[in-house]
Design a protein around this ligand. Structure first.
Ligand code: SUG
Length: 417
């Protein structure tokens, strides 16, 4: 069995819009009311996947969910025509694109039954995200139906907020070796909610049958949340032996670093000092919301948003880091501006699953030909723009439904519509 890291990107849905729904997510608030471009957004996502494939990485995808979410509205005893603007906006968000929040994934080498365990995130803190998990779970159960290799759990129950892999990091000498799993939770975020609760992280670790001696629960610094880091993956990223993080990412970084070095002496901790890159600049440019990937030819690359290249603080620091001959050898900027304007960078758009691709339902795996086919559906079916007022327009709902159906047909996944 050959385990590979597979990045499952969320295909950006046809209802992508800027309703400003996420308190504590500065980009979402700043862009509230802006006219969105769903077609351009989704094509940016396709090009990001193409970049990954051309680097020799294994790529997968999850599909956009039904919007407006009529099943959710029905549980509230209403429908799209009667919900009112606030509830309707919550039912129309394309937020399932950010698959780093779809689930937490503990790969087979870390679990005591040797299977890859997944728990869909309940996302209960934000109403517009709280109804993602049922469709997420349906896709996970289809993609990872092989129960000799995968276990897909029920989400953690409310009120314990769980935001999935965005608050989770894994370090290991190599992908396929037993790793250290790090769950990052928030206690307080000043004016903003701490969306990942420690009780949820602990429950996920128990469900996943992890070794308690190799599982760490670490508090995200309240200063980071208050500055707009609503998930840990806005201030830190890990891959194999490398942890890249901001100096102010954690409440007690020294204890974390000491613990990691004791468990894994080969760990390389690259800490970005606050006097070179402020928390504010880190959050604006999303340099940590990068995919830190191991390249087939060796060495690592950081696939990061183009916004990071435009920063006079961030880019010189990154170039110095690369020149310093550390493990990170390449910087690869990608344009995901439409997603970024809602606070979702390259890392938010992907869920990492370490698995033998042969054990995954092939309909969820991408190659360039499939990306071309998906891109063609997007180019002909996705709305070019959505203005906030149009969210209540039944013609838009019909357009979104048929666009989504066309995509499911193109990928032969109509049973999940
Ligand atoms: O949950 N934005 C998402 C962004 C998620 C980013 N994911 C990670 N960091 N992994 C969120 O805040 C904005 C939607 C709106 O305002 O319409 C939104 O949901």
């Amino acid at each position: 069995m050959a385990l590979a890291e597979i990045n499952f990107d969320g295909i950006i849905g046809p209802s992508h819009n800027y309703a400003g729904l996420s308190l504590g997510n500065l980009a979402s608030a700043q862009n509230a009311g802006r006219i969105s471009e769903p077609r351009a957004a989704a094509l940016q996502g396709i090009e990001k996947m193409r970049t990954n494939i051309r680097l020799g990485l294994v790529q997968g995808a999850f599909l956009p969910q039904r919007r407006p979410d009529t099943a959710w509205l029905a549980t509230l005893s209403t429908d799209a025509a009667h919900a009112g603007p606030a509830l309707l906006a919550n039912a129309m968000s394309a937020s399932s694109m950010w698959t780093a929040n779809a689930a937490t994934v503990s790969p087979a080498p870390d679990t005591d039954d040797g299977r890859c365990h997944m728990t869909p995130a309940n996302l209960v803190t934000m109403p517009h995200r709280s109804h993602e998990w049922p469709e997420t779970m349906a896709q996970l159960k289809t993609a990872f139906a092989d129960d000799a290799h995968f276990a897909v759990h029920e989400p953690v129950p409310a009120p314990f907020g769980d935001e999935g892999a965005a608050n989770f990091m894994r370090l290991a000498p190599a992908h396929a070796e037993p790793g250290i799993e790090i769950f990052v939770y928030g206690e307080s975020g000043g004016p903003y909610p701490a969306r990942q609760h420690v009780e949820a992280s602990q429950a996920v670790a128990r469900k996943h049958r992890l070794d308690p001696d190799r599982t760490l629960f670490i508090e995200q610094s309240p200063a980071a949340i208050a500055a707009g880091a609503f998930h840990n993956d806005v201030v830190a990223v890990a891959n194999e032996t490398v942890l890249l993080c901001h100096e102010q990412a954690f409440t007690d970084p020294d204890t974390l670093y000491k613990g990691l070095r004791a468990l894994m002496p080969e760990v390389v901790i690259v800490e970005v000092p606050a006097d070179r890159v402020s928390l504010r600049e880190a959050i604006k440019t999303y340099l940590f919301n990068a995919q830190l990937v191991t390249l087939p030819e060796g060495g690592m690359a950081l696939i990061l948003p183009t916004e990071a290249r435009e920063s006079e603080a961030v880019w010189p620091w990154l170039e110095e880091m690369v020149a310093g001959n550390g493990p990170i050898r390449k910087l690869i900027p990608v344009d995901v501006r439409q997603s970024m304007a809602n606070g979702g960078g390259p890392a938010c758009l992907r869920l990492r699953v370490l698995a033998d691709p042969g054990t995954v339902d092939p309909r969820f795996l991408m190659d360039e030909a499939k990306l071309d086919a998906v891109g063609a559906v997007i180019a002909s079916e996705w709305p070019e723009t959505i203005d906030g007022d149009a969210l209540a327009d039944p013609d838009l709902w019909a357009r979104i439904a048929s666009a989504r159906a066309a995509l499911y047909e193109a990928l032969s996944l109509t049973e999940l519509i």
